[in-house]
Design a protein around this ligand. Sequence first.
Ligand code: MG
Length: 393
Amino acid sequence: MAANVAAVVVAGGRGLRAGGDLPKQYRELLGEPVLRLSVAALAEHSGISLVQAVIHQDDAALFEAASADLALLPPVCGGASRQASVRAGLEALEPHRPDVVLVHDAARPFLSDALITRAIAAGRESGAAVPVLAVAETVKTVDAAGCVTATLDRARLRVVQTPQAFGFAALLDAHRRAKAVGRDDFTDDAALAEWAGLKVTTFAGETQNVKLTTDDDFVRAEAAKLAALSDVRTGFGFDVHRFGDGDHVMLGGVRISHRHGLSGHSDADVVLHALVDAILGALAEGDIGVHFPPTDPQWRDASSDRFLAFAAERVRARGGRIAHLDVTIVCEAPRIGPHRDAIRARIGEIAAVPIERVGLKATTSEKMGFTGRGEGMAAFANATVRLPWRERP
Ligand code: MG
């Protein structure tokens, strides 16, 4: 029978060392909070059934915003030390009686599925196991004056990471014993397990599994993430709808009063339709009619924001992100200028893209053609999408 595996994610630190006004685990990497990446990796791993985050009491709103759509246990508040925070997480998990627990630092957002799989296997096998890396550089000890006192044998040195894996009951017992004797100074759970007399084994860590501490760490991490999204694509979309009866038009998800409506099967939002085709074009995944056939009655009078949300989700599902959206509306009326920022904001909201990455322009066609004669409206759109060069199978 597969072990019942839980994870504790330690996110209680104030961690302001990395600069900025947020604790570092809530700072964003390309728009995603570090904590979200760490927690999601564990929550989405098929071998883990419970994820318990331990947060600072002041961070409840930040945590909720960062993790709202993930399947997690309600967070618990940490203690004054890392050790006390881990203990709080273990105590909260105790009623669930997991067999194995992984303890992970929220500030390590790049743990891979394979690393988690190794951690679970190692923890199940030995009862106490930590991911390690060999040390490439020579390491020396120094005295208070900075003079070298010894050169260590680097072949026997290892750098230790998280997630560290333990038999749940043994780790909880060790934490309770440490608390009972007033020990609160262990900087990782392996050190506490060693103190408690457990034999701690090692398994292969990952160089990418860095702990984000300084501003430089964040700069490097963002550069690495961007470099991985090196398949940059541009998609193009175009849409037209005819004016008909009505007293408003929908443009970019915003209702704008007008002496006509736009006729169409859905809400006839030319802006959103052009954007959907631009994104689908960048993905080479057909067009809006393929995914939402006009012959299907369920899309009659449908609000087009769901079409754009769908296209944006397709980008995320392929591990990518939308870098930029840009639209040009062609019509003689209504005037777009007064609504420009509201439309940009709404598009950004639907597609989960910052407003700074949404462009919107409007032009007339100098009274020429169908738009010039006021028979309808047109919209052109570009979408710039970044995908991983190597997509996951
Ligand atoms: Mg259309």
